[in-house]
Design a protein around this ligand. Structure first.
Ligand code: ATP
Length: 621
């Protein structure tokens, strides 16, 4: 932030005091952002605009933030647009007077429905000048489209879109359509939006702004977002109390899922002992199921959220039903947030079942009566108790609170099995035992000094996965960005894929390997069905690759593969980590394990993690 200059970018769209912000202003900024790949410029365009909004009509800032991150509300509310191309092609054709065949053929040429809508609009005569679109009209219309249900919903949606297209001017049609597809494609990541909010708010609220204040504001807004991932709450609180006061007013509360703390991989017990020299630490079984953040609300409701803050309450009615029975009756708990792993459980044999069994459970509208795969919740942390955040306490104290507040109900609710030891042999035995007990290995955590750090991949949590000790210590979750046509037996599907890691600083995807091993014919077929729908004509500016690894087709990044590798090496062809080493780092002999559909693109293995893996390996050698 310190590198940003203080002159403000002016927009040609007029924004008037206390008047609704025109949608044209948003679109003008989108267009500027699309024209550059430089992150500092993107932050500048975005934060300068947010500042102007604060100066003219701050009430619109929440909706504007959502338009910038291309969502309609917090993840846990699950409101999604993502309209399919068929309905959009139909609407564009109806509202621009082109035939669907014409729109389709153009779409095949350009791969961008937004552009097609724009071109069709600009040659279309308008009889009268419609009222210009405002931010709130567009946002509320998008919300109406996302929530439309019932038998007329399709025509309701089409009518709303048509109304907006008719009113659109200049570039508006292009970005409207892209928002409706949930693909803004301007290279703007959420992290940049958060930084820009911090910059705009701190500039607006302080007479003199130093680098220190910028950095502080960025930290405060990021921390607040980890605890309360809800822009409405954060923006309104920051406007009311000041961005620098967010930590006092924006802390976790039951009903709002926080971003979970993550662990760093390790390759051996000796590495764990080296890292935790002089620290008091504990080892817990690393259960192989699904992360479940369990919230008990003051009104008695219970919710379960996923690793990605998705509301899984409908998937786990059995958990919802049972949670109150896990509370110790003499303690008087009114609300809490627990961090747990939900694991498939055999009631006949009283034992943990493999992760694959859990994936056979129905994902939506589960009726308790129909549940075939039972789960046991293994609790390993408590984050909030009676509305009081306890994440600032060290694990030793959190664990005491956990044991004091809850009681085990065998086969339904258990505390994570743990052992406090720094003895090499005991650790090895505990690791072996965890695997015998159907776990993946161990989580090793410091007990005394560290708080629970939402969303951070912290050095105070280490994972030791038994199966991966022979490789780089962990599997990687990489973004599928392109594919190569299959030959021979694989004709008709893709035969191999180009994968990349996510560079969280530049917000680019950096290639790190081709993969063609580990796929069954069946999975290749499924992948073709899923991915062929996401083919795009060219790579995006946010993919960093070398032409020697150019795939036959590029994809809109939507899927992650979990991949194993023997080791990592420097490569002239791949780009992960190339900002550090000049050359990139690539995976040797990568092997597909499974799809990771519980993670978003931003949750892919980061280029920084790839560098970390490589450096630990180089250090070993
Ligand atoms: P990552 O982003 O760290 O790769 P991941 O979702 O791929 O996350 P893992 O790397 O396998 O998961 O390890 C972390 C996960 O292990 C947690 O998100 C949680 O779901 C699970 N887990 C199981 N047992 C524990 C435990 N005792 N403590 C913390 N996490 C546990």
């Amino acid at each position: 932030l310190s590198k940003l200059d203080s002159t403000q970018t002016k927009l040609s769209t007029k924004m008037e005091q206390n008047k609704p912000i025109p949608y044209a202003a948003v679109v003008e900024v989108f267009d500027k952002i699309e024209s550059t790949t430089k992150r500092l410029e993107i932050i500048k365009y975005t934060s300068d605009f947010f500042l102007q909004v604060l100066q003219t009509n701050p009430d619109d800032l929440v909706q504007i933030t959502y338009l910038f991150i291309n969502r309609l509300g917090p993840d846990y509310e699950g409101l999604e647009l993502g309209l399919g191309e068929t309905i959009l092609i139909k609407t564009i054709s109806e509202s621009t007077g082109k035939s669907t065949a014409q729109v389709k053929s153009k779409y095949r040429e350009t791969g961008d429905l937004g552009l097609i809508a724009l071109q069709a609009r600009s040659v279309q005569p308008t009889m009268f000048k419609p009222k210009p679109l405002t931010v709130s009209t567009v946002f509320n219309n998008l919300k109406d489209i996302a929530t439309a249900s019932g038998k007329d919903s399709q025509s309701k949606k089409i009518n709303i879109i048509k109304r907006m297209l008719t009113a659109s001017q200049g570039l508006e049609a292009k970005f409207l359509i892209r928002s409706l597809e949930s693909k803004l494609r301007i290279g703007l990541a959420e992290k940049t939006v958060l930084i820009s909010l911090a910059k705009a708010l701190v500039t607006f609220q302080n007479k003199k702004v130093s680098t220190d204040l910028f950095v502080k504001a960025e930290e405060k807004i990021r921390d607040a977002f980890c605890q309360v991932p809800n822009y409405e709450v954060i923006v309104k609180t920051a406007i009311e109390y000041g961005v620098l006061e967010l930590d006092k007013h924006c802390t976790l509360k039951p009903g709002i899922p926080l971003k979970p703390m993550l662990a760093k991989p390790t390759k051996s017990i000796t590495e764990v002992l080296d890292k935790f020299t002089g620290e008091d630490f504990t080892c817990e079984y690393k259960y192989d199921g699904e992360r479940a953040q369990v919230h008990l609300l003051n009104d008695g409701n219970v919710r379960v959220y996923s690793r990605n803050s998705e509301d899984m309450s409908q998937r786990y009615p059995d958990i919802i039903d049972a949670v109150k029975g896990f509370l110790k009756s003499n303690v008087g708990t009114t609300s809490l947030i627990l961090d747990c792993e939900a694991v498939a459980w055999s009631r006949d044999e009283n034992k943990i079942l493999p992760f694959q069994v859990l994936t056979t459970r129905k994902r939506k509208d589960v009726d308790i009566k129909d549940i075939k795969v039972q789960v046991c919740l293994f609790a390993f942390d408590i984050l909030c108790l009676n509305d009081e955040p306890v994440i600032y306490k060290p694990l030793k104290e959190r664990r005491e609170l956990l044991y004091k507040t809850l009681q085990e109900v065998p086969g339904k609710f258990q505390f994570a099995t743990s052992k406090n030891t720094s003895d090499m042999e005991e650790l090895q035995q505990f690791l072996d035992q965890s695997v015998k007990d159907s776990c993946e290995g161990l989580m090793v955590k410091t007990l005394d000094n560290d708080p629970y750090r939402p969303s951070q991949r912290s050095n105070s949590w280490l994972k030791l996965k038994k199966d991966y000790l022979a490789g780089v210590g962990d599997s990687l979750d990489l973004i599928v960005i392109g594919a190569y046509y299959g030959r021979g037996k694989r004709t008709g599907t893709y035969g191999g894929f180009l994968l990349g890691s996510y560079n969280q600083d530049s917000e680019e995807i950096e290639t790190c390997c081709k993969i063609g091993t580990g796929f069954s014919d069946e999975i290749l077929k499924t992948l073709y069905e899923k991915l062929s729908k996401t083919e795009i004509d060219i790579s995006k500016p946010y993919v960093k690759y070398d032409s020697s690894a150019e795939p036959d087709v590029w994809f809109e990044p939507t899927l992650l593969f979990e991949v194993l590798t023997a080791d990592l090496s420097l490569s002239p062809v791949y780009k992960a980590g190339s900002s550090i080493y000049g050359r990139g780092i690539s995976l040797r002999f990568p092997r597909f394990i499974r799809l990771r559909d519980d993670k978003n693109i931003e949750d892919a293995t980061s280029s920084e993690q790839v560098i970390d893996f490589y450096e630990r390996q180089a250090h070993r050698q």
